[in-house]
Design a protein. Structure first.
Length: 278
């Protein structure tokens, strides 16, 4: 039985809020441009809520991807979303599901008094900046354009960081056993090369295109070969530009409150973190 023939379909969840994403879909051609002015946001289902409490699904990004697919059906393939768009969408889903207010527990920096402060989600949504094309890195007569970070890329980065921790723990455990220094160094070198390659692959995936005097290069293999054959200083500049784009504007989630006990003014930062979603 489909929704249209179900006599209870009038009671199914309906959009609670409509939003615009910061990038305006500029970096995601899959998005239907006709819906970008008013993207409908549905509240979570019980299954969505359970999924958002699964540590493994949160770590590998599946929880957030499934959440956006369920609550923002007009957005195809959420993995290709820019991260700042995903941040706004899951905050909007929080609004649609639990209401417009989030509560933040804060300890006063002056008198140590703990108090709960209410933050209006609308005030956060209104602070998201419009994201336009990123200034390119110039190398000789080339212009290297990078993309705002995508959800897929940041998920891979999180997994790389977990892998780095696992490698360090493994090496430490090996160091405590009866293994020669040469064998230990060999294990470390192999592990380090693996993680380094993952980081380089991640950097390359952030390159949108390279403009040359003769045209535009977008072929992934051409870009990989190019990145492997240019000076390290240029790669460092590209990496810096990607890091700059990755940084979220601090004022989006920063609020000032006065302590009710001593009137000390403190700055409170609301974390846009799916782990604390509910």
């Amino acid at each position: 039985m489909n929704a249209e023939s179900n006599p209870l379909s009038n009671y199914f969840r309906k959009p609670s809020i409509y939003v615009q994403i910061p990038t305006g879909g500029r970096f995601n051609p899959e998005i239907d441009k006709t819906v970008l002015d008013e993207i409908p946001i549905l509240p979570m289902t019980a299954i969505d809520e359970i999924s958002m409490q699964n540590p493994d699904e949160l770590l590998n990004g599946e929880a957030l991807m499934n959440l956006i697919s369920s609550c923002v059906p007009s957005i195809p393939n959420p993995r290709n979303l820019c991260n700042i768009d995903a941040d706004l969408l899951y905050l909007a889903i929080k609004y649609a599901t639990y209401g417009k207010t989030v509560t933040h527990l804060h300890t006063c920096s002056n008198c140590d008094e703990q108090a709960e402060y209410n933050i209006d989600i609308n005030n956060i949504l209104d602070k998201f900046p419009e994201i336009d094309e990123v200034e390119p890195v110039e190398y000789r007569d080339l212009k290297i354009y990078v993309l705002p970070p995508r959800v897929e890329s940041l998920t891979r980065l999180a997994l790389i960081e977990v892998e780095q921790q696992r490698i360090l723990q493994s090496i430490q455990a090996t160091a405590d056993s009866e293994v020669t220094e040469m064998e230990l160094a060999k294990q470390f070198a192999i592990s380090f090369r693996k993680v380094s390659k993952q980081n380089v692959d991640l950097l390359i995936s952030a390159i949108d295109r390279i403009e040359t005097p003769d045209g535009v290069v977008t072929d992934e293999n051409d870009i990989i070969e190019f990145m492997n054959n240019i000076p390290a200083t240029v790669v460092t500049e590209v990496n810096k530009r990607v890091s700059e784009v990755n940084k979220k504007p601090e004022d989006i989630t920063t609020f000032e409150f006065s302590c009710e006990a001593c009137e000390q003014k403190d700055t409170i930062k609301f974390e846009l973190n799916p782990v604390n979603f509910s």
